[in-house]
Design a protein around this ligand. Structure first.
Ligand code: FAD
Ligand code: FES
Length: 255
């Protein structure tokens, strides 16, 4: 297979996780064999010119399946949510650069906000009990994937904005008092900013996944340009779809 490919993927399982979040497992053949945690797929939506970027949530290489968990945000994701098991999705994958996991015996922390959790699951699974997930949600009914992280062996700490589950507050606040060697994060920008500041203060490496509006998803349209800092501190522009979506916090100008 090329680095990425397009394939018609039959939906094997569909679940509704919350009011507006859907969970699909698809038969993905060689796309599943090649996928890495943190990479994403561009999923075609019937009647829409542009594909929709959705992160790889779980990879099962033995069964050749990929799992996608997505929130209905607009018309495209609403159409996707209408697909049923047995139907096929047209998927371009795996795209972008994922998380660099390094040594999975280290103590690491995954920080996720809301629909930022899906790409963290595949990255956290190899760490098992060495990983802590700190996750923030609006409210109890918006909580997703908690059991999946627990099943992987991770310790799970939750925060909700309204205090209806876990601690009242945000995910970054839960990181106080925890010991870790690296941070992996995905979620809303204010959360990522706070997490990058904590990484800088503690002197630990931090990888964050950015969500930028995308068109082609393969570096051809300049639609997802972002300012980056090179190894010598020089500024340049890169593409979230090709150079990311996962970046080292030191590459970004978030704070
Ligand atoms: C790398 C990456 C991974 C993502 N992973 C997930 C995921 O795992 N689960 C999930 O729920 N969402 C994810 N998103 C966000 C998801 O792509 C958007 O919610 C979705 O494209 C919205 O499409 P729509 O047609 O429903 O909305 P509309 O607003 O109608 O979309 C119009 C156009 O804008 C683009 N667009 C809109 N919002 C976004 C956005 N936030 N990011 C990128 N493009 C956008 C659409 O692709 C489309 O081209 C990811 C985005 C990126 C860039
Ligand atoms: S989406 Fe086209 S260059 Fe990134």
């Amino acid at each position: 297979m090329k680095k990425y490919d397009v394939r018609s993927c039959t939906i094997l399982r569909k679940e509704k996780l919350t009011q507006d979040v859907y969970d699909f497992t698809v038969e993905a053949g060689p796309l599943a064999d090649a996928a890495q945690p943190g990479q994403f797929a561009q999923i075609a939506v019937p009647g829409k010119t542009l594909r929709r970027p959705i992160s790889v949530c779980e990879i099962d290489r033995a069964r050749h399946t990929l799992r996608f968990v997505f929130q209905v945000r607009g018309e495209g994701t609403r159409i996707l949510a209408g697909f049923e098991p047995g139907e096929a999705l047209d998927i371009l994958a795996p795209l972008g650069k994922g998380y660099d996991l390094g040594d999975t015996n280290r103590r690491v922390i995954f920080v996720g906000g809301g629909i930022g959790l899906p790409p963290l699951l595949a990255a956290a699974q190899p760490f098992g009990k060495n990983a802590i997930l700190v996750a923030g949600f609006r409210t109890k009914s918006a909580v997703i994937l908690k059991e999946d992280f627990e099943a992987a062996g991770c310790r799970v700490l939750l925060a909700t904005d309204d205090g209806s589950l876990g601690r009242r507050g945000n995910a970054a606040e839960l990181m106080q008092g925890l010991e870790f060697d690296e941070i992996f994060a995905c979620g809303p920008l204010p959360m990522l900013r706070a997490v990058c500041r904590i990484a800088e203060e503690r002197g630990v490496p931090c990888q964050v996944s950015l969500e930028e509006r995308m068109a082609c998803g393969i570096g051809a349209c300049l639609g997802c340009a972002v300012k980056l800092r090179g190894p010598d501190g020089e500024e340049h522009y890169g593409h979230v779809c090709k150079d990311g979506p996962v970046f080292r916090s030191t590459q970004l100008f978030l704070t």
